[in-house]
Design a protein around this ligand. Sequence first.
Ligand code: DGY
Length: 335
Amino acid sequence: MERKKVFINKVIPEAGLRLLEAAGLDYTMWREKPVLDREQAILFCKGHDAFLSAGQSGLDADFFEQCSHLKVVALHSVGFDGVDIAAATKHGVPIGNTPNVLNRATAETALLLMLTVARKALFLHKQIQKGAWGVSQPTQDLGIDIAGKTLGVVGLGRIGTELATMCAKSWNMKIIYHNRSRNEEAERELGAEWVSFDDLLGQSDIVSVHTALTEETRGMFDLKAFKKMKSSAIFVNTARGGVHDENDLIQALQEGVIWGAGLDVTNPEPMSSESPLLNMENAVVFPHIGSSTFETRNEMARCAAENIIAGLNGERLPYPVNPEVYGNDNINTPQ
Ligand code: DGY
């Protein structure tokens, strides 16, 4: 029988490659810089049975029209906001993602941002580089304690709950949250309290965003929202840059509407090196490193490979994004 072929658009950890090899699959992995554009990715996909996609842009309706032969598209991410899921389903292409395995690493990134902003750590580090480590004054360069403060989580799902657990258990923080649906387990285990979006803005000392980017959440943090926050509050976003309006955030920080901000996601990505956020005392920006640990990336590669193997065996993906595809007469079963 002819061996099935997988196209991988970036270099992924060995853990995933070994699984593909053990399953008797051949793969082509794009190892060059720059990364492939959409048209090149389509050409490669046309010669393969499955696509393992690490952050490929342009997975839109036309992509699935042209690549409707794919038996599976396995994302090397938990987020799938860049993928036209309805189009994939229409063409019978199962999409898989990597849920859960990056909860801890992403929550720790949010915590790192919270603490770095609260203690002005990055700004003070830059001061030393400038030779400005002067005589310490008792009232100079003071930060904010996070212990005992109120954390407002927008999107208390898997990652938000991981952060809320760390903050409640290690820092004795009060947890409030805003979701479309109630998280009863977090209410029971952490004493988390559901509040309206406006109440969350008004009561939180730190607001941390963990919601998916949807039409409903796009731009939900605009100047109007920042003005409802405490002037001593810190805004943290490790979810998607599109959830905040970056110009409004810059204005809010410049005018002291809020105290500080920590971003692991920006809008657009990559952020321009000219962004005023990079030179502000009260802002910290990371280049989308939420899942960037050896352990987490190995696990993500494993999930993605498991999705590929199941899809090519004609089985239900272990981590499906569009399970509705299985009710679809069009479903791409291997020949
Ligand atoms: C994801 O997996 O969606 C995270 O943003 C990491 O890239």
